[in-house]
Structures are given as C-alpha cells and as structure tokens.
Design a protein around this ligand. Structure first.
Ligand SMILES: Cc1cc2nc3c(=O)[nH]c(=O)nc-3n(C[C@H](O)[C@H](O)[C@H](O)COP(=O)(O)OP(=O)(O)OC[C@H]3O[C@@H](n4cnc5c(N)ncnc54)[C@H](O)[C@@H]3O)c2cc1C
Length: 383
C-alpha cells in the first residue's frame, strides 16, 4: 500500500476495493473464507492500518522500522517477501487455513514508478510471474491443454486470475495467466499470481468506519547488505510543466508524423489561441522524430506526458490531436470536462472519450479551427 506524508495514494485504496470485490465473489463461488490482506511498510505507519480495514481489507500486516521510512527497492523487496511467506502472521489472520498457507494466492501492486519496480523484484524474490499494467481482473476456472504447462493433456486450472491489459495502443486486449507447470517433466508451482494495476481504473469502496479486521505488526529481519542505498535528502520537485492551473490542454501524439516540425507549430498556434498548456502521448517523450532542438527540448519530454506514466488532468477543455486514445493515455484525461478529438481514423478509441470528434487530418483541421476561434473571439470582444 503506497503512502506519502501519512496519506494513502488513491491507487492503494483502489486496489483494496478491487481485492474486496474479487474475494467476495470468490468466497461465494467457492464457499470459502479467504481474506484480503493489505501490507504497509514505513515508519510510524501503525495509525494508517485501521483505514485500510475501513476501505475493505480483512487484515493489515505492517512493518514499522526507521529503515523503511523511505522506499528503497532492495529492502522493500526483502521485507515484502518475508511478510508474504510468514505463515505465522498469515495463520493468525485465518486460523482455519493456518496449516495450509504457503504464500498468498494473488498479489497486487500499483502500476506507478514505485510499484512497477517493486512488483518485478518481489516476484523474482518469490520466483513467480507478474503481469504489468492491468485494468481488468476476473477469477475463473479455466480448462487448457498446453505442451509446456500440461504436457499436452487437458487440465482444469481452478481459481485462475485472468489479468487483462490493453496492448497495441488499446486496440487489443491481452489476457495474462500465471499457471503452475503440471507437465511431469517440469512440475512447478507459480504462486502468487500477481500483477500491477493501473491507477484510476478501479473504484475504491466507500469508507465504512464500522468495518472490523485484524491488524498485525510484523518485525522484519533487516540485513545491512540490503541498506547500501542511503537516502540523504528528499525533495518533491515541481514539474516544469503546469497541468494543474490551465483550464485547457491541447495534446498531440504520433499523428504529427507526416510533418512533425510544422504540425507542432500548428499545435502551438492552437494552444496560443486557447490559452492552453501542451501535453503529449508517451511515445512523443521518447523523441521519435528528427525536429529542431528548440521544439524537441520544449515538447518531447516526460514532463508533458498525459496518462498513467505522466500527469492526470481534469481540464475544462481537452483537445487530442493525432492521439489514438490508448487506455494508458485515456486514464490521464478522462476526467476532463469537454473533449475534442482530431483524427482521420473514426475507429480510433479516442472517439469514445470525445464530446466532439473531428474526422480529419490535423494539417487540415487545425488551421480552420484557429481561423474560427479568432472570428469568435472578435465577436465576443465586440459584444
Ligand atoms: C506500461 C505502459 C505505460 C504507458 N503509459 C502511457 C501514458 O502515460 N501516456 C500515453 O499517452 N501512453 C502511454 N503508453 C503508450 C500507449 O499504450 C500508446 O502506445 C500511446 O498512447 C499511443 O500514442 P499515440 O496516440 O501518440 O500513437 P498512436 O497510437 O500511433 O496513434 C496515432 C494516431 O494519430 C492518428 N493520425 C495519423 N495521422 C494523423 C493526422 N495527419 N492528423 C491527426 N491524426 C492523425 C492515427 O489515426 C492514430 O489514431 C503506455 C504504454 C505502456 C505499455
């Protein structure tokens, strides 16, 4: 559960909510009583635990230690590994299953910069698999036959976590499974089934102060070898681009490709007329085009990315020019008030987010828009 200055990041509560929903239907379907356990690491974090129960966890295990004050990947990986294999505390949470518990059945992390790193190293530590950037989860019994996994025979995998993620710019859903090897030649368990979850996808539950649960303190074993990275100071750096204040954002994506230099200038002109800040899609920040240094260093930068890997905005007006509308981008702009898309492809997923979708190339559409905005501004000024 990620937290900052004594408050949980929204994604932490979203994960607890989704875990609760999944395990409620799991327990009904399989007539069981399995638990949602939240894990917190940090210093002076005990007071945070109760909140997680109120948001849906059955139990909270926290590790409180000055060495855990700042997130350091190596030590966090080790301590999470210790907690999830500590059959004593897990047995305390559900004595009925105490003798059977080896590891959690499922495990979630946030798909942000801390969670993506931590999830990968933790799952290496636990020698299981990880699906990253998930935005839909289903638990099913599935039947499958696979040369490697089952030796070619048909097997039922009960209680399998189907982890869905948008791929190929949101045009395709991929389902990722983490299955045991049942093939006698390579027999091996893969648990937990684990994923990182895109922030903003799931709703947290309504806080219920009457909910009750167990809170357990875990004392980690800290090896000095895992403390080689020292945090000497910590400062939150203000982004060089301000997406908080402006009421209008014009974003561009790979649709600028036919003439990147000229198209960025078009976007700049449109943004000037609308008094807007300029955003970009993630691929733009990887500098895919040869353009002048001035435009490259001003716009093709991570600080301008809108989406799960960048900023989230609730601008009053959001113009998406040459943006396909991949899920990861949409998660950053879906709370905008009024959305305009400019794209020649009317099947582009951004259309579903738009109040107005203009089917056309930005080279043709933006000059007309600028002309019209100028006319309208004159009319308003005269009135
Ligand atoms: C872990 C992970 C995290 C990610 N995080 C983010 C994120 O935070 N933000 C983000 O944006 N992406 C993110 N992505 C990438 C995302 O999946 C998409 O690949 C990306 O958003 C697509 O960028 P795009 O819309 O610029 O390009 P494309 O998908 O290539 O779309 C370009 C669009 O331009 C249109 N076009 C073509 N010519 C023109 C023209 N002349 N005028 C107008 N339109 C035109 C096309 O029809 C197309 O719809 C992430 C991916 C992963 C795997």
């Amino acid at each position: 559960m990620e937290h900052e200055d004594g408050e949980f990041l929204p994604v932490s509560l979203e994960m607890v909510g989704e875990a609760r929903r999944l395990m409620d239907s799991f327990n009904t379907k399989y007539s069981s009583n399995e638990k949602v356990v939240a894990v917190i690491l940090g210093h002076n974090v005990q007071d945070l635990s109760k909140q997680l129960i109120e948001y849906g966890a059955d139990a909270v295990v926290y590790a409180d230690n000055p060495e855990l004050k700042d997130v350091r990947n190596t030590i966090y990986t080790k301590v999470i590994g210790q907690i999830v294999q500590d059959t004593k505390s897990l047995g305390e949470i559900e004595p009925e299953y105490a003798s059977d518990i080896k590891r959690p059945r499922y495990m979630f992390f946030a798909a942000d910069s801390i969670g993506r790193h931590l999830s990968s190293t933790t799952l290496v530590e636990l020698e299981s698999g990880l699906a990253s950037d998930i935005n839909k989860l289903v638990i099913e019994d599935i039947e499958m036959s696979h040369q490697q996994k089952t030796g070619g025979t048909k097997e039922t995998y009960a209680k399998t976590l189907e982890m869905y993620r948008p791929d190929f710019s949101g045009f395709l859903w991929t389902t990722i499974l983490c299955l045991d090897n049942r093939n006698p030649a390579f027999k091996r368990d893969y648990h937990p089934q684990s994923c990182s979850i895109i922030p903003g996808v799931f709703e947290p539950l309504k806080r219920d102060s009457l909910r009750e649960g167990k809170i357990i303190e875990f004392t980690p074993t800290i090896d000095p070898q895992d403390l080689k990275v020292k945090v000497l100071g910590r400062e939150i750096i203000k982004s060089e681009v301000d997406f908080e204040t402006p009421r209008t954002i014009v974003s561009f994506g790979r649709g600028i490709k036919d003439d990147p230099e000229q198209n960025i200038k078009l976007i700049e002109n449109l943004a000037k007329e609308l008094n807007a800040e300029i955003g970009v899609t993630l691929p733009m920040s990887k500098k895919p085009y040869q353009i002048s240094q001035a435009l490259d260093s001003k716009y093709m930068i991570p600080a301008r990315v809108i989406g799960t890997s960048g900023h989230k905005t609730s601008a009053m007006l959001y113009v998406a020019a040459g943006v396909s509308g991949a899920m990861q981008h949409v998660m950053g702009m879906k709370d905008s008030g009024f959305v305009v898309g400019i794209n020649p492809d009317e099947d582009a997923p951004i259309k579903n987010e738009c109040d107005v979708f203009i089917k056309g190339r930005m080279e043709d559409v933006i000059p007309l828009l600028i002309e019209e905005i100028k006319k309208q501004i004159q009319i308003v000024e005269v009135q």
